[in-house]
Design a protein around this ligand. Sequence first.
Ligand code: HH2
Length: 291
Amino acid sequence: MPYASAMFSWDDLGDTRPAVMGVVNVTPDSFSDGGRWLDPDAAVAHGLALVAAGADLLDVGGESTRPGAAPVGVAEERRRVETVIARLVAVAGVPVSVDTTKAAVARAALDAGARVVNDVSAGRFDPDMLGLVADRGAGFVAMHMLGDPRTMQDDPRYGDVVAEVGDFLLERADAARAAGVAPGAIAVDPGIGFGKTTAHNLALLARLDQLVARVGVPVVVGTSRKRFIGRVLAGVAGETGEPRADQRDDGTLATTVWAAECGARVARVHDVRGATQALALIALLPTVAAA
Ligand code: HH2
């Protein structure tokens, strides 16, 4: 069975520069590219194009998590991701992760050869999730979200967003370890845009170095094309209003470089080529400085 192969460790992705996780949304309604890769052939071709552009791993999702997105049943979510994952595992040459909150979907994806479960609920929505990840020796991304995708943007409030997200991530990493997930397989993610205002997202980025130091496990950051970038860039550089999702890759790149400088280990992005080039370039500078 594919999952019987060696245990996943985030260290396997290397540490000279942050890893680039390329997004493959097999959905009709994702906020930035919904419907473009719903056809399995298109999704596989897109995944391969992302690998050619430098992706170190591919994140395949079959359910949009954008605010107000329609929930998807297990059968439909499996139908969307299972074949795409099996085909990418066969040919992509990089680890594949599945973006799901459902253990049944994660199980099917791991059976198809996925190595990582990226769970935006951090194992809270499905009681079987952490045990499954542990049994299979899979990698795990535990992301912070306030509430659930239906309600998360309804007036989110925090006392100190960085402290509270940090508390949550430490608690979920502990829960994963307690369930038997290998320490080296656990990563956490502040969940940019998931139950956060623009100010909350900016605070999490501004103090990301503190969060990275505090959690003590690899940190994944996903700013790609998110709304706060549009909000901040409205009116900047000749934009008449907020740039649309597909016009936010330059802003995304700035935040990706910032996250890398703050110690993030994985950048989850749609524009893989830009992220790979920028991260390769800035990774070089410390070695030049030391020479
Ligand atoms: N963001 C999205 C989905 N999954 N997973 C992690 N770990 N971190 C993130 O920031 C994150 C995530 C939302 O982006 P996208 O997949 O492009 O959109 P949608 O959920 O609408 O499919």
